[in-house]
Structures are given as C-alpha cells and as structure tokens.
Design a protein around this ligand. Structure first.
Ligand code: ARG
Length: 568
C-alpha cells in the first residue's frame, strides 16, 4: 500500500480540502504531521491552534488514527494505529502507475572500438535503475543502446588498420566480399587504434583528410571497408556484452545505434525537404532550429557535413524516426553527460519542427562529472583519464584490502558483488545532475551511506531468517517504537518508487535503501529475535517483521541492480 497516499487522501476527504502532509524527521510525536490548521486559519479568520482543536476530533474518526495532537503554533501530529500498520505492512508492496506509458530509454550508448569512459558508468547505472523503476510501475519500456558505430571513429580505425597492414585487400575499390582474408584483429589491441589514429590525424593533415574520405565512402557502402568494419564491430559488441554483465544491468532491448538509424535517413530527408527545413550553410546541409525568443546561442543542426557525410545529429534524428515507427513511444528519454544538453535541445526542436516527434515528449537527463578528491575529473594513478574498468578495478582493490584487514575470508564472487554495490550505490546516491567525488576507499566502507552497508544489512536479515527456518504469518500488536518505525519505513516504499519515477530521481531509491537499513539495524539492535529468553509469540512477530523488511529491502536492492551475497 502507498501509505502516504492513503493517509493523505483520507485526511483530504475528511477535511474537505487538500492538506499538506509531511513525514517528520523526528517520529516521537507522530508518524505524519500537517500544517493544515495554519493554512486554513487564514481564510477562516481563526487562530490556528483553535482551528486545530476543531480539526482533531474529525481526524480521530479516521480508522487509522491512534492519536492526533497539536504542537507549536498549530501543527497537527498524527500517530497511526498499530493494527492498521500491521495489516498494511503484511500486504505485498506493489507500486503501480495509474497511467502506464510506453517509454523509449536511450542509455549506455557505447562506442565501437573505444574504451568505455567514466561517463558511461553513470548513463548505464542510472538508465538501468530508471528502467527497472518504470517496469515495476507497469510502464512498457524499451532500452536502446544507441551504439556509436557509424561516425568518424570508424573511418579513423579503418585508416589506422590500413596504415598497419596496407597489404590487406579491404582497401581496394573492387573488393569482393567473398574473398577469404586471413586476418584477425587482436581484441586487446583494438581499443588502442582509435586513440592512436586520432592523435596521428591531429599531426598529419593527409591522414586526416584520407580518413574523412574513408568516412564518406564507408557510409556510401564501400565493400572492403565494410567487411573490415564488421570484423571489429563483432569484437566490440562482445566487449560491450561483457560490460553489461559486469555491471549487472538488464540486457538492452536494442543494441542498435547510429548505423541502424542511418537506414532511415532517406525517409527523414524526404520529410525535411518537403517542408523546406534543410538549408545550406558553409557547404554543409543544416536545419535551422533557432527561435526568435532564444536568449542563448542556438547553432543550426547539422544534417550533413561539408563532405556530405552523415553526422551524429542526422543519425540521432533518424533514430527518433525509427523508434517512432518501431515502438511508437509516448516518451523518449536520453541519459547522457550534461554537456550534450545543447545537442538534445537542437534534436528535440528539429524533431518537433518536422512533425516526427513532439518536443514535450522528449527528455534529456544530463548527468554531472565524476571527480577525484581534488575536485577534477577522476584520473587513474598514473594520471590518465579513468575508464569505466579503472573505476571498478580500483574499487575491487579497495574491497579486497578491507576484507584482508578484517581477517574475513570471502570468495571472489562475493568481493565482486560488494565492489559493484559500492560503485553503483555511490553513483545512484547522488542527484544525477550534480558532480560527485569518487573516493574508492570511502565508497567501500561497511558503514554509512555505502553499497556494502546496504548489502551487509540484507545479508544480516537473510541470515536471521535462514537460521529461523519457516516464517509463518504472525501478528504483533502492540508494536514497539522500533518495530513500528521499521514497518512504516517499509510502507514508504511505494511512495518512493512513484516519486523516483515522477521526478526522474533515482537517488531517492538509494537514499530510501539507506533509511530502511538504518531502521532495520535499530530494530535488530533493540529487538532481539532468536535469543533464548525471547517469548515465542514475540519472536514470531519479530521474525515476520524481519521478513517484511527483507522483502522490501531486496526489492529496493534489485531496483539498483545489486546482488546480495550469501555471506559477508
Ligand atoms: N555514444 C555517445 C557517447 O558515448 C552517446 C550517445 C547518446 N545517445 C544518443 N542518442 N545520442 O557519448
């Protein structure tokens, strides 16, 4: 049950007006509080405390109210009945949206033959958790891994391989695709080609212009280039799959990116031309997306570059057209670095102007930067820009270190699960849009707002429940403070899931997990369960509470894509 909504609706109905209901930090005086009397006093021309006194008896009539009291200048505190809490908490928590939508989610979006950078961590983790939240609420989602597999990097890699192996037949204009070629790319070397080629191109104008030529011919269907491309594409896709597994994110519904989108370019171009939306600018074909009321620079959207080649812009618009035709979504949401904000603003305008997809049904969730302790983008120990694997490796080392120090003996699967939880939880904990500081040692602490703490709490609950064996239904009334606080915490799950979805705020889930763990550990500490001196009815009730807490915590952990180890 969505406890907050239930209580709030019932109070609104009783008082005949919409009141503001809050969950106070300090639960001592009430489970909920409202400033309704203070708000209503103005129009009623009454003193707020006096009005509150008139409201109390009405609230007392509600079936879930144990006690309602006045505090301060006219706040009303409401305490819930224990039996009401018990009955609500023993029902399954199933948040469901009243208005299910079809949503295309664009995240991950890895690049062929390029190491994943640190930003790919955030798009993957936040996008995946958002996807899980939406699914839980009953929305139909399609996740698109919009792979960078069509642009200039492809050409640079082809040009680089040509430099290394000029004797290969791929570079000839009349390459026959049936020719058997005895050439294999070394997967460990592949991701070094692009950085090498791009550095070389900066120094060497001929190479640069050759690569540009390759790009145009490759996109025009040059057989040899294409055959070579398919070779490294295959290796790259396998590496991406490994990443998806390593991050424990859901498999993408579509691993289709720029190249797939390029198929739709002619259809989109037809639409654009029929509305005269394509104009020429400095030899390039562009769509002017600027509006009169713009107060910031709004450059034109690039349809083709000056060599007539497809662009990141054009394939992104074509991808929208494709998705509209394939999934017909109500919304398309992109998760990328904040710095792509302008690109998406242009894309949304271009799509809207051409009638392909409405501006208001797009969203761009731009995330901030992951910084090191010095406040600058996180670097590896040798001072290079860190990749996604560097982050996970650093955290794995930190977990290993802690485990050795604590004298525990944990297998490598457990260590990996803890390290992954440390990385993902820390990422989810922060407001997506803000930068955060990444400190491998802090995120692996077993205490505080960390992934290991969350897992540790779940492992603890699992172990109590395992030792207890079967947990039959029991009832436990009256509830002690720690018991009721934990159950009310459980009953906040649905509100949080709805709110995380509506506000596109995955951090609410991580913070909720932490709050639930705090409540759990306080309960665990103050309410012995399996100790010999605990009477059997109390034990049965507490076990039931532990089970309810575990189920909700496990569901929350699942939304974050973390795995609970069997021991810690
Ligand atoms: N591949 C791009 C990158 O790594 C992100 C693509 C995001 N999605 C999109 N439809 N443009 O930065």
């Amino acid at each position: 049950m969505n406890l907050y909504k239930y209580v709030s609706n019932a109070i609104n109905e009783k008082l005949g007006t919409k009141v503001n209901l809050e969950v106070p930090r300090n639960r001592e005086f009430g489970d909920f509080s409202t400033n309704a009397a203070m708000v209503m006093a103005k129009s009623a021309g009454k003193n707020p405390r006096e009005l509150a006194g008139e409201i109390l008896p009405k609230l007392a009539e509600l079936d879930f109210v144990a006690d309602a009291t006045i505090a301060g200048p006219g706040f009303i505190n409401i305490k819930l009945r224990d039996d009401f809490i018990w009955n609500a908490a023993t029902q399954p928590q199933i948040p469901k949206s009243d208005a299910p939508m079809t949503i295309d989610l664009d995240y991950g979006a890895y690049n062929v033959a390029k190491n994943l950078h640190i930003g790919h961590l955030r798009t993957s983790i936040v996008g995946d958790t958002f996807n899980r939240i939406a699914k839980l609420l009953g929305h139909k989602t399609y996740s698109w891994n919009h792979i960078g597999d069509w642009g200039k990097p492809m050409a640079l890699i082809i040009a680089w391989i040509e430099r290394l192996h000029p004797e290969l037949p791929y570079f000839s204009d009349n390459f026959d695709p049936n020719t058997p070629v005895d050439f294999e790319i070394d997967p460990t070397e592949l991701n070094t080609y692009y950085p090498a080629a791009s550095a070389f191109a900066k120094e060497n104008a001929d190479f640069q212009s050759h690569a540009q030529e390759i790009k145009a011919r490759f996109q025009d269907g040059h057989m040899g280039y294409f055959a070579l491309y398919e070779k490294f594409l295959k290796i790259s896709l396998e590496m991406m799959n490994e990443t998806v597994k390593r991050l424990n994110i859901l498999p993408f519904d579509y691993d289709l990116g720029e190249r797939n989108a390029a198929k739709y370019l002619p259809a989109v171009e037809k639409i654009l031309r029929s509305q005269n939306l394509i104009t020429e600018s400095d030899g390039a074909q562009v769509i002017v997306v600027k509006r009169d009321d713009d107060n910031k620079p709004m450059p034109p959207y690039m349809w083709t570059d000056s060599r007539g080649a497809d662009t990141y812009d054009s394939t992104d618009l074509a991808a929208v057209y494709c998705r509209k035709n394939v999934d017909n979504p109500d919304k398309i949401i992109y998760f990328t670095d904040l710095r792509q904000g302008l690109h998406f603003e242009q894309l949304f305008r271009a799509a809207d102007m051409s009638g392909i997809f409405k501006y208001e049904n797009f969203e761009h969730i731009g995330y901030g930067t992951i910084n090191g302790r010095d406040g600058k983008p996180f670097k590896t120990r040798d001072g290079n820009a860190a990749g996604l694997d560097d982050i996970i490796d650093a955290v794995n080392d930190a977990v290993n270190q802690r485990v050795i120090e604590s004298g525990k003996n944990l297998d490598s699967d457990t260590i990996n699960a803890i390290a992954l939880a440390a990385v993902k939880f820390n990422d989810l904990l922060h407001d997506v849009r803000s930068d955060y500081i990444f400190d491998p040692s802090a995120v692996t602490s077993f205490e505080g707002r960390t992934g290991p703490y969350i897992l540790y709490t779940a492992v603890r609950l699992n172990s109590v429940l395992k030792r207890a064996g079967d947990v039959p239904n029991a009832s436990r009334i009256p509830l002690s403070t720690d018991e009721r606080n934990l159950l009310i915490g459980v009953l906040d799950f649905e509100r949080i899931v709805h709110s995380a979805f509506e506000n596109r705020a995955t951090d609410l889930i991580a913070n909720y997990a932490y709050d639930l763990c705090q409540l759990t550990n306080t309960f665990y500490h103050n309410c012995p369960i399996l100790r010999d001196d605990v009477p059997s009815d109390i034990r049965a009730g507490r076990l039931h509470i532990a089970k309810i807490a575990r189920d909700t915590l496990a569901q929350t952990i699942d939304l974050m894509g973390l795995k609970i180890p069997s021991e810690m």
